[in-house]
Design a protein around this ligand. Structure first.
Ligand code: PLP
Length: 437
């Protein structure tokens, strides 16, 4: 019996040979065709998540909403195209992400530009590309943006990123909305209020609203409603001065299930809490209900992606640990090494075999910290077995490196029994492309 449905893509099932099937494609055959490590994205799951967000936030009467896909979770032209077809906007954090979006035909008027240290050059590119909004993170950026906008004879629509001082109880390295964070203008220090006043005075900036992002992955609902209230309270102080919060964004951060033991609330529950808080606060502070702008990344693309690896060497240290090494690791998924992220794993070519021993799945990179899954119960693994790690779609390929000069994996999209390569495997020649001989 295959019981990993909550963490594998929605189309995942087993076939008669007890192989893992994704988007109608036998994962063993995918590996035969494309090799490992291989990232497989299920198109139905990806599109399904886009639709779930649009539906969940579009359901409430009297509230307009907009869903932006946070490109940092993973972008390439094929993903951008799907996100565009689903009607989402794009949250980008670099001119590189702008370039890929535009090259994929993504409409610039649906792009929001984030980041805590945008360069003048990047701001110029964003303005020249006609992006929808620039989300100002700090005073330095505000000055540069004003100058660039004036030099181009435009008034740039912008939001301000506010740090509301709310702890969403996630990993310290992925917490962003607290006082001690490099991101945003803090309410507690008075910077956020000062920034609103200043932005309202600058002729090159049209302040359209406020934004916050608390961290990720957030399994709780309450931090969102606390943050909404903090930001509305702040915005209400500027009502008399003529500030209208036309847009409000509580960011992204919605959790996904990495393990069967920790499944997050459905998107509809996050939506309910956020919409209720926005409506209640609009009433409480006597403001019009702003358009709600959501920025999910992980939750759009995380569950859609499965990483496939081939088992190689094994090292058994009696009474201590059995290491089973895979042909990928921290180069294609840095999350366990960087954030202590926990995953589950299955044997894609023997999905119904009994789990009989505890092993640690290590990568092939020259770091002791290169562990993909620690102490996981698996069937006895042999060289050549294919290990599938579900929920690998977000922040794995997008953070991939060529450490140790291991080429980065191929990436395919599967749908209705067909697969197509959306990023070919890196070659040894590719690894030297930028080098000058
Ligand atoms: C400003 C902003 N919005 C959205 C996101 C997306 O977060 P997630 O992928 O957890 O939904 C991030 C993640 O870092 C972010 O910094």
């Amino acid at each position: 019996m295959f019981d990993g449905h909550e963490i594998f893509p929605a189309t995942a099932k087993l076939n008669e040979q007890k192989h893992l099937v994704l988007g109608g494609c036998d994962s063993v055959e995918l590996v035969q065709e494309y090799g490992t490590p291989l990232y497989v994205y299920d198109e139905d799951t990806l599109r399904g998540m886009c639709r779930e967000f649009v539906e969940a936030f579009g359901r409430a009467k009297g509230v307009n909403s907009k869903i932006l896909y946070a490109a940092k979770a993973f972008i390439n032209p094929a993903i951008a195209e799907i996100v565009s077809e689903e009607g989402l906007g794009m949250d980008v954090v670099s001119a590189g992400e702008i370039a890929v979006s535009l090259a994929s035909g993504f409409p610039s008027e649906r792009i929001y530009f984030h980041g805590n240290n945008k360069s003048q050059n990047e701001l110029e590119i964003a303005i020249d590309s006609n992006v929808s909004k620039i989300v100002i993170d700090n005073f330095h950026e505000m000055e540069i943006l004003n100058k660039v906008a004036l030099s181009k004879g435009i008034v740039q629509d912008a939001l301000l990123r506010v740090s509301p001082g709310v702890d969403p109880h996630t990993h310290v390295k992925t917490t962003t909305g607290v006082l001690d964070s490099k991101f945003g203008l803090s309410i507690d220090t008075g910077d956020a209020a000062l920034a609103i006043s200043k932005a309202m005075e600058l002729p090159g900036i049209n302040l359209r609203g406020l934004h916050c992002h608390l961290g990720s992955p957030i399994f709780e609902l309450e931090p969102y409603s606390i943050a909404v209230e903090a930001i509305f309270r702040l915005a209400s102080q500027f009502k008399m001065k003529g500030f209208v919060m036309e847009e409000f964004s509580p960011g992204g951060g919605f959790a996904i299930g990495y393990t069967r033991g920790q499944i997050p609330p459905p998107i509809a529950s996050y939506a309910e809490v956020i919409i209720k808080a926005v409506k209640d606060c609009s009433k409480e502070f006597g403001m019009d209900v702003p358009e709600i702008v959501m920025e999910p990344g992980r939750s759009i693309v995380g569950r859609a992606g499965v990483a496939l690896y081939t088992v190689g060497s094994t090292k058994d240290i009696p009474g201590i640990r059995k290491y089973v090494s895979l042909d990928g690791g921290m180069g294609d998924n840095i999350r366990p090494a960087m954030y202590d992220s926990v995953y589950e794993a299955s044997v894609a070519n023997r999905m119904s075999d009994t789990e009989e021993e505890k092993v640690t799945l290590a990568g092939k990179f020259c770091e002791s910290g290169d562990i993909l899954v620690r102490d996981v119960l698996m069937p006895s693994l042999k060289p050549g077995d294919i290990v599938a790690i579900p929920a690998s779609g977000a922040y794995a390929p997008s953070m991939a490196s060529v450490y140790n000069l291991n080429p980065r994996p191929a990436i395919v999209i599967v749908k209705d029994g067909s697969s197509r390569v959306i990023r070919r495997r890196e070659t040894y020649q590719d690894l030297m492309l930028l080098d000058v001989f």
